[in-house]
Design a protein around this ligand. Structure first.
Ligand SMILES: *Cc1c(COP(=O)(O)O)cnc(C)c1O
Length: 385
């Protein structure tokens, strides 16, 4: 067995979700806040385009880096909405943004290279870095600072081995959105230390209250040259099962990743990519409708949590997660989540695998009724603790 692979942490979150599923199957009422994907169906015009592609016989291998038409549509989309100029040759489409990130770390890292990861973090980052032979260095962001890292906290973590920094704004699991001035600070840091920034912008279209948060690579030429922009279709267009994500970045990295992908997946699924073209060309009204629904649920859920005794909560400004603090109750996150599920049927994800053992992650990619009833039950549970 390969020691790196056999050393990968199995997902602890899976344990709680499978228990929730078992309870539901046994006829118990379950109120889940565990979803990591939108609860909406993929919009019809996107499905129709993929169905048409199948009818038209688009069933053969795609070019390794994705259909030229799709890469052109991505380049146009990044130019229109993100102020980013990329040649389609700088774009690689992969089987989901997760696969994109995996390719990036495989191509970027040499053994012993360090990657700065703001913590709390999306739980797949450290595992990917480890598989690629790198070393994760967590940069703690405190609840007090709205869970944002600063130039000072990054400076304290940088070493001569630092190769890259992962930035995820809006973030999973917190919903943190970095504002322009904060991004400028991080950009200055990356340029000074010659660090590549992997900017995971998968939730970029889910920002609330009209907050402005530009794409990292748009902050200037020097920043653009050292940034890999990552995005995908899963979250914005509710296309998680389609498995399509992409990167745009410097040509040498793109070339290495193209070669790697040509020997692994060969390329993304051909007919699915026609759906993605329709997503980009069909306008953003469908995205806005989903975003408005998330925004309404966020406000309600945040209000409820704020009114619970000894629960702290940073107001999320994007994505569809919250990471309330439950440390005052004296239980670690796994025990808390397990007891809450057993006692009330409310399923939440423990914060531990995200680097936040005094917190739980609540996803509001679920119905208002689920949120209402779930919060009533959690409130009752806390009273009994
Ligand atoms: C969901 C998610 C992804 C990847 O999604 P794909 O379905 O693989 O495109 C990447 N980063 C974060 C932070 C996510 O939450």
């Amino acid at each position: 067995m390969n020691e790196t692979i056999s050393g990968i942490a199995p997902s602890v979150t899976l344990a709680i979700t499978s228990k929730a599923k078992a309870m539901a199957a046994a006829g118990q009422e379950v109120f889940s806040f565990a979803a990591g994907e939108p609860d909406f169906d993929t919009p019809d015009h996107i499905k129709a385009a993929a169905i048409q592609a199948l009818r038209d016989g688009k069933t053969k291998y795609s070019p390794g880096t994705g259909l030229a038409e799709l890469r052109a549509a991505i380049a146009a989309d990044l130019a229109t909405h993100n102020g980013l100029t990329y040649d389609p040759a700088q774009i690689v489409v992969s089987c989901g943004a997760k696969h994109t990130l995996f390719n990036i770390f495989m191509a970027l890292l040499q053994p012993g290279d360090e990657v700065l990861i703001p913590s709390p973090f999306w739980l797949s980052y450290p595992e990917m870095v480890r598989i690629a032979g790198g070393q994760s260095v967590f940069v703690e962001a405190s609840e007090h600072d709205g869970f944002k890292v600063t130039r000072a906290s990054l400076e304290a973590a940088v070493t001569p081995q630092t190769r890259a920094l992962i930035l995820n704004s809006p973030s999973n699991p917190i919903g943190t959105v970095y504002e322009p001035a904060e991004l400028e600070q991080i950009a200055a840091f990356a340029c000074e230390h010659d660090i590549t920034v992997v900017s995971d912008e998968i939730y970029q279209q889910m920002i609330y209250d009209g907050i402005e948060s530009p794409s990292f690579a748009s902050l200037g030429q020097e920043v653009y040259d050292r940034t890999v922009t990552v995005n995908g279709f899963s979250k914005a267009y509710s296309m998680t099962g389609w498995r399509l994500g992409y990167l745009a970045g410097p040509l040498p990295l793109v070339k290495a990743i193209s070669a790697l992908q040509s020997h692994s997946t060969s390329g993304p699924t051909t007919f699915a990519q026609y759906g993605a073209i329709a997503a980009l060309e069909g306008g953003r009204d469908c995205v806005a409708a989903m975003r408005d629904a998330f925004a309404e649920r966020r406000t309600y859920l945040y209000d409820r949590l704020q009114n619970m005794p000894q629960v702290s909560c940073v107001k999320p400004m994007g994505a569809f997660y919250m990471l309330p603090g439950i440390g005052a109750y004296g239980l670690d996150s796994l025990t808390f989540a397990d007891k809450l599920l057993e006692a009330t049927g409310v399923a939440v994800v423990p914060g531990k695998p995200f680097g936040a053992d005094a917190n739980i992650r609540l996803s509001y990619a679920c119905s208002m009724e689920n949120i209402r009833e779930g919060m009533d039950r959690m409130e009752g549970f806390l009273k009994g603790l």
